[in-house]
Write a protein that binds this ligand. Structure first.
Ligand code: ST9
Ligand code: ZN
Ligand code: ZN
Length: 333
């Protein structure tokens, strides 16, 4: 039985409700959904995306080649841009807007929305909608990046073909009122294209070119293109590798796994067995700051008074769940 089945309510007894006291449950796995019988719809390629994604990755390969000729400060800037755009996804689109696992003040939400545009992964509204449907209908036709369709599909292939109709049908039934009510989310959606041009491409390129005389070629291909492609692939690995390789200490009945390599590259987002078991935990892990830069960032924001109300699963609940549905690997780890 997926997600521990009927016993789940018992395991979550320390929580206010199945949604962990957030007032939302649309990221909790829905066992009642059944895939439609009969032949699957034909795969429809989106050639524009295939061509652009290929060109982007060729550009990133060229960026790798250029590293040897770049100034160290440009590489440091590229790394900073990686961290900023990654936080826009991890602390922003993921933990705040998809899961409502903590609350953020207006200045922090504005910062995260700008950082999110730097990551250019669809606007926050679309990202969070697709991500909620991923949790609710994980590994089924209604999951946008259904990992049972293979590594390539769950990694990038899903962005190169039309969605399965069930993704759209089920997505339309989600409660997205919280996203619609958030002016920062809706403003980013309204000005998304402009914000991406400025934050993902112009800003990372112009800073090294203007401030320390880096060549325009290095400034564009390293902090803009290569950094963008690295953040994309680190994110996609959560959907592919962390749904296939690793232990399942919390729930052996689901595919998502604990993957150390992904955790490292994705600022703490590779504890994926834990995350699908307890999607409302702001830390996406039971181990605090361990390999989890995003958790450290959210904690710092709380310290500064810019965030609050972090949702955390109790140690007792975690242990009970491990004992009941885990694969036993925590004992050896
Ligand atoms: C990208 C996203 O990379 C990556 C997300 C990854 C998520 C990872 C999660 C893992 C956990 C978090 C870890 C973070 C780690 C970060 C680490 C950082 C170091 N519900 O979409 P369309 C409607 S993006 C309801 O065109 P098609 C839609 O509103 C990269 N409705 O579907 C529209 O309606 P209307 C850049 C839905 O035609 C209609 O359906 N972007 C839903 O099948 C058609 O929508 C790209 O590469 C839903 N779920 O096309 C490609 N979905 O017409 C961008 C859709 O009324 N995407 N609808 O407005 C596309 O080009 C297309 O979406 C497509 C599908 C070709 C993929
Ligand atoms: Zn999630
Ligand atoms: Zn997942």
């Amino acid at each position: 039985m997926r997600n521990g089945g009927a016993g789940m309510e018992k395991a979550l007894s320390n929580q206010e409700d199945l949604g962990g006291g957030r007032g939302m449950t649309d990221d909790i796995f829905d066992e009642s959904y059944c895939e439609k019988k009969g032949p699957k719809p034909a795969r429809r390629y989106v050639w524009r995306n295939i061509i652009l994604m290929s060109l982007l990755h060729l550009g990133a390969l060229y960026g790798l080649w250029l590293i040897r000729a770049a100034k160290p400060v440009t590489l440091a800037w590229g790394f900073l841009c990686f961290l900023l755009s990654a936080l826009g996804v991890t602390a922003g689109a993921h933990r705040l807007w998809s899961h409502r696992s903590y609350k953020a003040s207006l200045p922090l939400r504005i910062f995260l929305a700008i950082a999110n545009s730097m990551a250019f992964q669809n606007d926050i509204y679309e990202w969070a909608r697709d991500h909620r449907v991923h949790h609710k209908f994980s590994e089924t036709d209604a999951d946008p990046h259904n990992a049972t369709r293979g590594f390539f599909f769950s990694h990038v292939g899903w962005l190169l073909v039309r969605k399965h109709p069930d993704v759209i049908e089920k997505g339309q039934k989600l409660d997205l009122a919280d996203l619609k009510a958030d002016k920062v989310v809706m403003c980013q959606r309204r000005f998304y294209k402009l914000s991406v041009v400025v934050m993902c491409f112009l800003f990372p390129t112009l800073v090294p070119w203007c401030f320390w005389g880096e060549s325009l070629r290095n400034s564009f291909f390293l902090p803009a293109i290569l950094r963008y492609v690295l953040v994309l692939n680190a994110t996609w690995l959560v959907n592919s590798a962390a749904h296939m390789f690793g232990n399942r200490p919390y729930d052996r009945n689901i595919n998502p796994r604990e993957n150390r390599l992904v955790t490292f590259g994705a600022l703490g987002e590779g504890f994926h067995n834990y995350h699908h078991t307890f999607p409302y935990d702001y830390s996406t892990s039971e181990f605090g700051w361990h390999y989890n830069f995003t958790t450290a960032f959210i904690d710092l924001m709380c310290l500064l008074g810019l965030a609050s109300d972090r949702k955390k699963v109790s140690k007792e609940t975690i242990l009970a769940r491990k004992t009941r549905t885990g694969d036993g690997s925590h004992k050896s780890g």
